[in-house]
Design a protein around this ligand. Structure first.
Ligand code: IMP
Length: 436
C-alpha cells in the first residue's frame, strides 16, 4: 500500500484527526488535499488538546513530510496564528511543512463577502463557518483567484490582486478610496505571508509523486466530509471543495492510482453543524445528552453540533462515493450507559422504502428513517483497547454497523487521547497501527 486516503464519511467532525495522528508516524508524507481553516482536527497529546485547522495533523510528528496541497485554500492570518500556537506549545511545526504553490489564498475580502451573503440569505443561509472558504473557491473557479505561488512574482501578484479586489469591491459597493485602502491592506498581508512562508512554497505535486515513485507510504488527509462534498453532499448545504477520496488525487496533484486504499472515519453516532437535513436527528433530550457527553461543539466555531443516530443509508452512500475499504469508528464510549441504541437502516418517502440516499434536497428533507434498535451497554467502553474487553452489546453494535454498511470496521476509538482505540481486524490499515 503506498497511498492511503482518510476521509470523513458523514457531515464532518468524525474524528479523522485522531486516526491521522495515529497513522502519521508510519507514513513518509501526509498531504491535506482540500478545504481550509473551516476544518478542526482535535488531537489530544499528553493531556494537552491541540486543534489544527489548516495544518495537516502530521505537523505533530517530526520527520513526517507535512503538505498543504493545491486543493486547499489558505488564510495567511489563520495559518500564522496556528503556527504561533504550536510554537508556543514547544513544537516546531515548520520543520517539515511544505505549502503548494497552487493552493489559493483566502483574503479578508472573502470573509466580508461571505458574511454579507449569509446575513442576506436569512432563513436560507448555509450556516457556513464564515471563514471565507466559499468565496475563495468561487474566485478559484472564476479564474480571479490568487495562488500562493503568485507571491514569488510581485508584479504579477499585484495585477492579480487588483483584478480580484476590484471585482469583489464592485460587489460590495466600495468607492475608489475604500478599494485603494483594502488593496493596500491586502498587499501588506501578502508581503508578510511571503516573508514567512515562501521558503516552504514548492510544487508539492512533485514531492508527493517522488515519494510514491520511491515506494514510500503517503497519507492523503481529508477534511470536511462526504456529505459536505460539493458534488456528493447535501447540496446546497455543503462546503465548496471536494471532500471525497477522489479529491485526494486532484487536491494533491497525483493520478488516481496513487490512492491504494480508502479508510472512512465515522462517528458511532452522527453530528452536523450548520443547516440542512439529517434524517436520523435525535429528539431534543437525547440530542442534548449526546452533545454534552460527546462535547459536541464545533472545533472551529464553537457552535453546538446537532446529534443523530448512526445512519447506515448515509454510510452505504459514503462507501459508494468514496470506494471505502475499511471503517474506523470514533466515540464509541459516548454511547456508554444508554438503555438502547439505534441505527438507521432505510428511509420512507411517500410510503415507499428507500435504501439509497436521495440526491435531491426536496426528497431528503421529507425522508422518515426506519431503525434497528439494539440493546445498550452499561459497562463502559471508555479507554478499552482490546476487542475482547468490550461489553458484548458494544461488540454486537459494531457488528451491526459492519453488516449494514458492508465495510469491515477495523479500528474503533474509545476515548479522546492517543492510546484509546482498539484494532479489530488484521487489515493493511491496522497493520500500520501495530507497534513499530
Ligand atoms: P464552509 O465550509 O465554511 O463554507 O461551510 C459550509 C458547511 O460546511 C457548513 O454547514 C459548515 O458548518 C460545514 N463545515 C465546513 N467545515 C466543516 C468541518 O470541518 N466540520 C463540520 N462541518 C464543517
Amino acid at each position: 500500500m503506498s497511498g492511503l486516503a482518510v476521509v470523513g464519511t458523514q457531515w464532518g467532525d468524525e474524528g479523522k484527526g485522531k486516526f491521522v495522528d495515529l497513522l502519521a508516524p508510519r507514513f513518509h508524507t501526509v498531504v491535506r488535499y482540500g478545504g481550509g481553516h473551516n476544518a478542526g482536527h482535535t488531537v489530544v497529546v499528553g493531556g494537552r488538546t491541540i486543534v489544527l485547522h489548516i495544518l495537516p495533523s502530521a505537523v505533530l510528528h517530526p520527520g513526517v513530510q507535512a503538505i498543504v496541497g493545491n486543493g486547499c485554500v489558505v488564510d495567511p492570518a489563520a495559518l500564522f496564528s496556528e503556527l504561533d500556537l504550536l510554537e508556543e506549545a514547544g513544537l516546531d511545526p515548520a520543520a517539515d511543512l511544505l505549502l503548494s504553490d497552487r493552493a489559493h489564498i483566502i483574503l479578508p475580502v472573502h470573509r466580508l463577502v461571505e458574511a454579507g451573503e449569509e446575513s442576506r440569505l436569512g432563513d436560507r443561509r448555509i450556516g457556513t463557518t464564515r471563514r471565507g472558504i466559499g468565496p475563495a473557491y468561487e474566485d478559484k473557479a472564476g479564474r480571479r483567484g490568487l495562488r500562493v505561488g503568485d507571491l514569488r512574482h510581485p508584479e504579477h501578484r499585484d495585477e492579480r490582486l487588483a483584478h480580484l479586489m476590484s471585482e469583489r469591491g464592485r460587489q460590495l459597493g466600495w468607492e475608489a478610496g475604500r478599494l485603494e485602502r483594502e488593496i493596500g491592506a491586502a498587499r501588506d498581508l501578502l508581503d508578510a505571508f511571503a516573508a514567512r512562508m515562501l521558503p516552504r512554497v514548492v510544487d508539492t505535486s512533485l514531492v508527493v509523486h517522488r515519494a510514491i515513485e520511491a515506494g514510500r507510504p503517503v497519507l492523503f488527509e481529508g477534511a470536511q466530509a462526504s456529505l459536505l462534498d460539493l458534488d456528493h453532499g447535501t447540496y446546497p448545504f455543503v462546503t465548496s471543495s471536494t471532500a471525497v477520496a477522489a479529491g485526494a488525487a486532484v487536491g494533491a496533484g497525483v493520478g488516481p492510482r496513487a490512492i491504494g486504499r480508502v479508510l472512512g472515519v465515522a462517528k458511532a453516532y452522527q453530528t452536523r453543524v450548520g443547516e440542512g437535513p439529517m434524517p436520523t436527528e435525535m429528539p431534543p433530550a437525547m440530542n442534548q445528552r449526546i452533545q454534552r457527553i460527546g462535547n459536541e461543539y464545533g472545533a472551529s466555531t464553537g457552535r453546538p453540533r446537532r446529534c443523530a443516530w448512526f445512519d447506515s443509508v448515509v454510510l452505504r452512500y459514503s462507501r459508494r462515493v468514496n470506494g471505502l475499504d475499511e471503517l474506523a469508528i470514533t466515540k464509541l464510549d459516548v454511547l456508554d450507559g444508554l438503555d438502547e441504541v439505534r441505527v438507521g437502516v432505510c428511509y420512507r418517502l411517500d410510503g415507499e422504502r428507500l435504501d439509497e440516499f436521495p440526491g435531491a434536497f426536496g426528497a431528503l428533507s421529507r425522508c422518515e428513517p426506519e431503525y434497528r434498535t439494539l440493546p445498550g451497554w452499561s459497562r463502559p467502553t471508555a479507554g478499552v483497547t482490546r476487542l475482547e474487553d468490550l461489553p458484548k452489546e458494544a461488540r454486537a453494535y459494531l457488528a451491526a454497523l459492519e453488516e449494514l454498511v458492508e465495510v469491515p470496521v477495523s479500528l474503533a476509538a474509545t476515548g479522546p487521547d492517543r492510546g484509546s482505540f482498539l484494532t479489530r481486524l488484521d487489515t493493511p490499515v491496522t497493520r500500520f497501527t501495530a507497534p513499530a
